[in-house]
Structure formats: C-alpha cells, structure tokens
Design a protein around this ligand. Structure first.
Ligand code: BGC
Length: 426
C-alpha cells in the first residue's frame, strides 16, 4: 500500500532510484500491487508476461485487475484508493491522465531508469514526450495500439468473393451482400466507449486530422458547426443498419468471438482485438483474420499508448518500481509482451520482420513517413478524463436515440465544449 509523498521523502527517493535503476530490488521491496484493466484472455497473458519477468528479478506482481474495457472502472477505483491512502504502487495510467496525476505530485520520477536505458534515443519521439512531465520521466511505456483498425474474418470474405472495404462507400456496397448471406456486417456494442471508438474513426475518415484535433483536443465550438461533423454523426446512425438489432451492450471480447465464429464479418476496434482473435505466436493473426486500416483512415495512425506509472508513496517500493520500469522498456520484454497484447513496441530499434502483418504496418506507420499520428479521444490520448467522459456521453446519447438530430448533438456538444474551454487555458 502506498501513502502520499512528502518533500522530505523525495530526496531519499532520488538517491534510492539512482541506485535502483540498474540493480535488482532489495528483498524488502519484493512485492508490487499493480492496478490495471487487462482482464480478457489475451490481456491476461500479456500481463502474465510482465509478472513472470518481474518474478525473475525476485519481485512479486500482486494483481489488482479491474474489469471494464478502456479502463472506466479502473480509473474510478484508482481515484478512490488514492483518496483512502491505500493506493497500489503501480497503476495503468495512460495519455493525458499521466499529466494530471504527475501535476498532483503523485508519480515517482523515473529519470535514472530512463537515462540508463537511453529512452531518449530508444523510444519514438511521441512516446518519449508522452512519458515526461515538466522534464521528468513519470511513466514506463509498454506498447502502441492502433485504434483505426478494421478486423475482418477472412473465411467469410473469401466465401462470398468480397474484399475488405478501403472506404465507407465500399463498406456500404458490401454490407448488403454480407447481410443477405446471413452474416452481420459489423460487430458493435452499445457500450459508450465502444460507440465512441467507432465515432472517432468516422470523424477522422470524414473530417481528417485537422477537424479531429479542433474537436477533441481543442474543444473548438466553431468546429462543431463543420458539416463534416454532421456527416460523421449521420454515418454513425446509418451504420446501425449493419449491426445487431437492437445493438446490445456487450464487452469487446464478446464481439471478437462473434467475428471469430463468422457471425459478424468486421469489427472496428483497437488492435488488442487481434491478440484476442488468436494466439499471434501461432500465426493465425495473418491467416484466419485480417486487419487493415479502418475505412477512409489509411493516412492516419490513431493511437493509444499503454503505460504503467509508479505512485511515489513513502518510497519503500522505489527500487522494485524502478526495476519494473526498466524491464518494461527493455527490448526483450517489449518484443514478448507486444506479440501477445496485439500492440507494437514503443522502441525504434525493433525488427519488423518478426511482427505479423498488422503489427508491421502499425509500427511502420507510427514510426516512419506515410501516416500522421492522431491521439485517440476514447483512450485518453487527446484530452483529460472528465472531458473525454463528457464527449463520449454525448456521442452515446445521439447513437442511442434515433430521434436525436445531428443539430441536437452539435448543440449539446457546444454546451460541453464551452464548459470545458472555460476551465482550460488555451
Ligand atoms: C488499453 C488496452 C486495452 C483496451 C481494452 C485500452 O484503453 O490501452 O491495453 O486492451 O483498452 O480494455
């Protein structure tokens, strides 16, 4: 259990971290509670990779997994445990949330670990920026997920002689043929974050990265009047035709199973779905299921980066926390973990030849020319937790109520944006 830091403890911690950056943890530090939201089978396997590597160093991974895709439950549990002075030592805090927690002075600085591991050179620049706050490294990066991914069942497509769609217009051409063959064209849950995941893909496809940024990073009220936003809203509504009727609230691994059984042909979901579809080590990721960029988004890499942060606490666990951070970014753990998780390594020095097709495309697009990086709204890369929740709720409200018009949604979002902008320095 971790208590909140005092300034006196900080000096001691820096000395401790310098010593711990490359040395194994002392016996007294030999257990870490880890709060995260990896509860599907493949997510579990990926967490187990980390737990095993930590055990090799004599440190026990005490698992505190909180179910709930995209970490809605985990974020709430973390807040209440911090308030109760009972916070886990390690937490899955990602994206803009890292900044929020670091600003409160709650995150352990990992500068010595990062310097020893040469993170400044080894990591993609976007990742190196993401894990730092006010010049200090405060998070350990695990992997990069691509949110603009269309997963498809190869057997269904080849049986019907169809090719996966590169645009939403192509999608509309093949969807009736899938439906006529008794296959649901698009797997989709009504869970708000899953609806918003589809929606952020549609905004990117219909509006491009500049409009996306104005809306989800800057919360620009003017951008809400852009007709391309109305178009994306209408497209979201229109796609309901190709989903289950009614669209049910289901956890994302259930949608993956529908795709795997061939009941549904396609799924727009982050590439953690690939980890779940098959054991990528067996190569099925490339043979039974395909993944391409979501329609209309080939030019973009809509990303979410997983990170673990260490709560500063009373610094009793600093050595063990530093060891975990060091392991996480090491080439060996990066390769092993990301293969199972469906994400790609945060390191620039990886070998793409060892990746499946989907991962190779994602890693290459993220790191090299050819695709523009776009931060995911739903996965906290674009804005803070409260703003994200407010926007996701409005998108979900529009999706659920067929009577609501795009103008209604734009009006409601304008009220949300005004409230958000009044508290955010521009
Ligand atoms: C995380 C992934 C996780 C997914 C589904 C995302 O926010 O980055 O690691 O697999 O949520 O829960």
């Amino acid at each position: 259990m971790t208590r909140l830091p005092t300034n006196l403890h900080r000096l001691a911690a820096i000395a401790c971290l310098l010593a711990a950056a490359s040395a194994p943890a002392r016996a007294a530090d030999a257990a870490l509670q880890v709060l995260h939201w990896w509860t599907s089978a493949s997510e579990r396997r990926a967490a187990d990779v980390l737990a095993r590597r930590l055990a090799d160093e004599g440190i026990e991974w005490r698992d505190a997994a909180i179910p709930g895709g995209a970490g809605l439950g985990a974020a709430k549990v973390l807040r209440s445990r911090v308030l109760a002075q009972n916070a886990p030592e390690v937490n899955q805090i990602i994206g803009v949330s890292i900044r929020e927690w670091a600003e409160m002075g709650l995150l352990l600085e990992l500068d010595a670990v990062a310097a020893n591991g040469q993170w400044a050179n080894a990591l993609f620049p976007t990742i190196h920026t993401l894990v730092r706050q006010r010049g200090h490294v405060v998070a350990a990066p695990l992997g990069i997920h691509r949110i603009n991914t269309l997963h498809f069942n190869r057997a269904v497509f080849s049986r019907l002689g169809l090719a996966p769609p590169a645009t939403w217009a192509e999608f509309e051409q093949i969807a009736p043929r899938l439906q006529a063959a008794g296959v649901q064209p698009l797997a989709q849950s009504s869970e708000p974050w899953q609806v918003a995941t589809l929606f952020e893909n549609l905004v990117l496809a219909d509006g491009g990265a500049a409009l996306y940024h104005e809306l989800f990073v800057r919360h620009s009220v003017q951008a809400l009047a852009d007709p391309r936003l109305a178009q994306a809203l209408l497209r979201l509504r229109g796609l309901k035709r190709w989903m289950g009727r009614p669209v049910q609230e289901q956890p994302w691994p259930e949608l993956v199973r529908q795709l795997a059984r061939g009941e549904a042909a396609m799924l727009v979901m982050g590439d953690w779905a690939k980890g779940e579809l098959s054991d990528p080590r067996a190569g099925a990721a490339d043979t039974d299921f395909g993944c391409i960029t979501a329609p209309g988004t080939a030019r973009y890499h809509l990303y979410s980066v997983d990170t673990l942060t260490m709560l500063a606490g009373d610094y009793q666990h600093s050595a063990a926390q530093a060891t975990l951070a060091r392991l996480i970014a090491s080439p060996a753990v990066q390769a092993e973990y990301n293969l199972v998780k469906g994400s790609v390594t945060v390191r620039r020095d990886a070998d793409p030849a060892r990746m499946d097709i989907c991962a190779r495309q994602s890693w290459t697009a993220f790191g090299q020319a050819g695709a523009q990086q776009v931060p995911s709204l739903v996965h906290r890369m674009a804005t803070d937790e409260a703003s994200k929740d407010a926007i996701v709720a409005e998108v979900h409200r529009f999706f659920s109520n067929d009577e609501a018009t795009p103008a209604d949604a734009q009006r409601r979002l304008a009220a949300v944006f005004r409230a958000l902008r009044s508290r955010t320095p521009q």
